[in-house]
Design a binder for this molecule. Structure first.
Ligand code: SR1
Ligand code: MG
Length: 401
């Protein structure tokens, strides 16, 4: 099979059989399509006799969440596999192993992580992950530093920018994150109960100006190879292990976009605690855990990123006294802004999140939606004045009052 066709479960088994060094010849293999994301097929292939298993991920030529009316390039499968390989070289313990990739079929064969859970689900269930802050801070520091002009050969970096040109997936982000939520777009899915708050966003000129600047940064600032969609549904986790998956949105963009994605999704869960926590005390406690995790991530990220820069920085001019401090301040400001944008789109945009949407109590859901919009819009408006991570925590705390 060499020309593209979407695989059935049986064809996925037939493909898996041909992969060298994974399964016993002629042994029984089972296959189940388990993809619950917005874009792809995901086959779980198991060899019951040995317990060995793999994942076959196949891109579809359209956005599954919308249908064939929204065509999407299959090149995103190549981009995902190549990004995973680069991330795996930089942080081998934090991404799945890629066993094989076949661009013609838009297929990536990778490590099965069924012993982990999707972090969004874990947070909804109230789990805590004591190693997560260290893991994700290291993932961010190493992938962002070593793919940027600060930490790699600067001519090679320009070739990397070319390698990761990802127009279709960037267009999704440009539309769904930086455009639709701020206007009455047919792509939106506005919850009727919060229509007043959404209309206020559509009419907020100050907000629109900040979003325009953040959108420009997303479109033009090729700082580092981003994951590009680093929400808690792109993280598999268990207490002693974190694995970042799904970098099909990878491209060269502003570093704060990836850090902001992590913070936004922790804050969406923070908003959802209106309904997930069983009482006031546990709500305050879990919210404290989430905010503490954000502070911990930023502090660890900053320390690690500065340390990499001081030890392995490749550029003499970027060692000019004072420049690193200015860079880190701007990165923090971008992180505020992109966190805000990533929150707002998940409340009334096309693809929303279970942290809020799966709340059964309608009043709790409405409060969670309003809190998420309040934090998101405040972060966007404040972004260019941010000086400390504690200000993000203050904004999140004030949204409760
Ligand atoms: C049409 S794709 C919708 C969303 O799913 C992905 O995970 C990205 O977050 C994208 O914006
Ligand atoms: Mg994804």
């Amino acid at each position: 099979m060499s020309t593209y066709q979407a695989l059935s479960e049986a064809e996925a088994v037939a493909y898996a059989r041909k992969l060298p060094n994974l399964f016993q010849p002629d042994s029984e293999l089972t296959s189940q399509e388990i993809g619950d994301g917005n874009l792809n097929l995901v086959f779980h292939i198991v060899e019951p006799s040995t317990g060995k298993s793999i994942i076959l991920k196949q891109a579809l030529p359209y956005a599954k969440v919308v249908g064939e009316s929204w065509p999407l390039s299959l090149d995103r499968a190549r981009i995902e596999a190549e990004a995973l390989i680069i991330q795996g070289e930089l942080c081998p313990d934090l991404v799945p192993v890629v066993h094989a990739a076949e661009p013609e079929l838009a297929l990536t064969v990778m490590q099965d992580l069924s012993d982990h859970v999707i972090m969004r689900k874990g947070l909804i269930e109230g789990s805590r992950y004591p190693l997560f802050a260290e893991h994700i801070a290291r993932f961010l520091a190493h992938t962002l530093f070593y793919t940027s002009d600060l930490g790699m050969n600067q001519q090679e970096k320009k070739n990397r920018v070319k390698q990761f040109i990802n127009p279709d997936l960037c267009k999704i982000t440009e539309d769904l994150i930086f455009d639709d939520p701020y206007t009455d777009s047919p792509n939106n899915n506005v919850p009727p109960a919060i229509r007043d708050a959404v209309e206020a966003i559509w009419n907020d000129r100050e907000l629109h100006l900040e979003v325009a600047m953040l959108r420009e940064g997303f479109m033009t600032r090729a700082q580092a190879l981003l994951h590009g969609d680093l929400h808690t549904g792109s993280i598999f986790i268990k207490p002693d292990s974190t694995k970042v998956i799904d970098p099909e949105f990878a491209y060269y963009g502003p570093m704060g976009f990836d850090i902001g994605a992590v913070f936004a999704n922790l804050l969406l869960n923070y908003a959802g605690q209106e309904g997930w926590s069983k009482d006031e005390a546990s709500r305050a406690d879990y919210r404290g855990y989430l905010l503490g995790t954000i502070r911990d991530i930023w502090q660890r990220f900053e320390a690690e990123f500065r340390s990499l820069w001081n030890q392995y920085g490749v550029d003499r001019v970027f060692k000019t006294p004072g420049y690193q401090d200015l860079f880190m301040k701007r990165l923090l400001q971008d992180t505020f802004g992109y966190s805000g944008c990533k929150m707002v789109r998940r409340v009334h945009g096309l693809a929303q999140v279970a942290d809020i949407n799966q709340l059964q109590d309608e009043a709790a859901k409405e409060r969670a939606q309003r809190i998420a919009l309040g934090i998101g819009t405040s972060l966007i408006k404040f972004n260019r004045r941010a000086e400390s991570i504690d200000q993000l925590l203050e904004i999140a705390g004030k949204a409760m009052k």
